[in-house]
Design a protein around this ligand. Structure first.
Ligand SMILES: Nc1ncnc2c1ncn2[C@@H]1O[C@H](COP(=O)(O)OP(=O)(O)O)[C@@H](O)[C@H]1O
Ligand SMILES: [Mg+2]
Length: 400
């Protein structure tokens, strides 16, 4: 990683007045010493689109966002805003607004001055700065608080000020890095809705970093799942929920159960038998691809039945624990060596109780991956009308 240079080559052309710049990231790699923070990332964000980068801590979300902002210069790859290559353009010429997790307000400045501070460095005349500042404060509903100091505001209000400060320059791109992480749940939900509404009203292009899947799902047009510096898969919230594009996303998002088989455990005729909770064999409709090294069978929690009594085709399981999410009662069960999370039957079984689990092969989502975790293909259906039981008994079943 190198620090940005100070000599802009195409500052004027990169500073656009439209609020909906498309962003293109091509083959981006950033290393810190031996650590690959991001590896060969490609990403396109459409004008006016709200894209979330979702992934666990350390997956490279912040590094990718800071590269788009210009705080990090990549080791290789390019970043375009519109048609302009901004890869080496200093941040102040990129015309984005940014909101960080920590409010980063100036404590000794009134709210109005905090908001207008971004205009000063751009040498906007005072009278115009005042109007623009008032306009930005109105956007976030804080007109009445203009003369207060940050410490006289709640956390949620402070983050609204940070948002107003990001918006005051009329950016063509809004970048947010876990901006609501420090707020309690209720405020967070309120601000999620407010930020989304503002972004849609202004149709500003937005990239939003979060490790919270509910937040990503509720706000975004598209969610990009990151893992270990790479984009694992991406899609609309609905697509990711119903048909995750990688085994990592399937484990990270929702409450899927993922059965993972090594290539050697899939017989040549593609007949699979003996997965936990499924006594009937089924068959892959196509041969496994040449470079596939693992095959993952994903079943969503909505498709798993859990009975408190023996039922046809259901396999016995032991309840390990239960958890109330506020919406659902979930139980964690063990079927042979596999741990699954399922919706609790009405009887509300306790740890140690016996339950019976089943699911249909027709509801499986199949993902094939290479040895390094790249997705070969995802979403294949299986043929569940296999008449005779297959003789394969998978050895390496890993449930989740
Ligand atoms: N300034 C830095 N110096 C060294 N390593 C860093 C630095 N920033 C990030 N990293 C490393 O890069 C990887 C990605 O970090 P980051 O982009 O902050 O991930 P995330 O935002 O998803 O938590 C991590 O392994 C992290 O430790
Ligand atoms: Mg981060």
């Amino acid at each position: 990683m190198r620090l940005p240079q100070n000599s802009p080559s195409s500052a004027e052309s990169a500073t656009t007045t439209t609020r909906s710049a498309p962003v293109t990231v091509e083959g981006l790699t950033v290393r810190y010493g031996d650590t690959h923070a991001i590896r060969n990332v490609d990403l396109k964000v459409k004008p006016g689109e709200f894209v979330s980068l979702l992934g666990p801590s350390g997956s490279g979300k912040t590094t990718l966002l800071r590269s788009v902002a210009g705080f990090v210069i990549p080791d290789s790859g390019r970043i375009l805003m519109g048609d302009d290559d901004v890869t080496r353009l200093p941040p102040r010429y990129r015309n984005f607004g940014m909101v960080f997790q920590r409010y980063a307000l100036f404590p000794h400045m009134r709210v109005a001055d905090n908001v207008a501070s971004g205009l000063k460095t751009r040498r906007v005349p005072k009278a115009q700065a005042k109007d623009l500042g008032a306009e930005a404060l109105a956007l976030v509903g804080l007109t009445a608080e203009a003369r207060r100091y940050p410490e006289q505001l709640s956390g949620g209000q402070q983050q609204r000020v940070a948002l107003a400060r990001a918006m005051v320059i009329k950016p063509s791109l809004l970048l947010m890095d876990e901006p609501l992480g420090a707020l309690d749940l209720r405020l967070r939900q309120q601000l999620q809705a407010d930020i989304r509404a503002l972004q849609q009203r202004l149709s500003i292009t937005a990239i939003y970093v979060t490790h919270d899947q509910e937040e990503a799902f509720s706000m975004s047009d598209r969610v990009v799942v990151m893992n270990a510096g790479r984009i694992s898969c991406q899609g609309t919230p609905e697509e990711l929920y119903s048909s995750p594009g990688s085994s990592f996303a399937a484990s990270f998002v929702g409450h899927n159960t993922v059965f993972s088989l090594g290539r050697a455990d899939v017989p040549a005729d593609g007949t699979i038998a003996g997965l936990p909770g499924q006594e009937r064999p089924f068959r892959l409709t196509e041969p496994v691809a040449a470079d596939t090294s693992s095959v993952h069978f994903v079943v969503g929690i909505d498709h798993i039945r859990c009975y408190d009594h023996p039922a046809p085709h259901a396999e016995e399981a032991t309840v390990l624990g239960r958890r109330f999410t506020g919406l659902n009662e979930l139980v964690t069960v063990q079927v042979r060596d596999t741990i699954m999370t399922v919706l609790a039957p009405a009887s509300g079984p306790e740890a140690g109780d016996r339950v019976y689990i089943s699911w249909d092969p027709g509801d499986l989502h199949v993902i094939e991956e290479t040895a390094d975790g790249s997705v070969v293909r995802a979403g294949r259906a299986v043929d569940s009308s296999v008449a005779s039981p297959g003789n394969s008994s998978p050895r390496a079943v890993v449930g989740q």
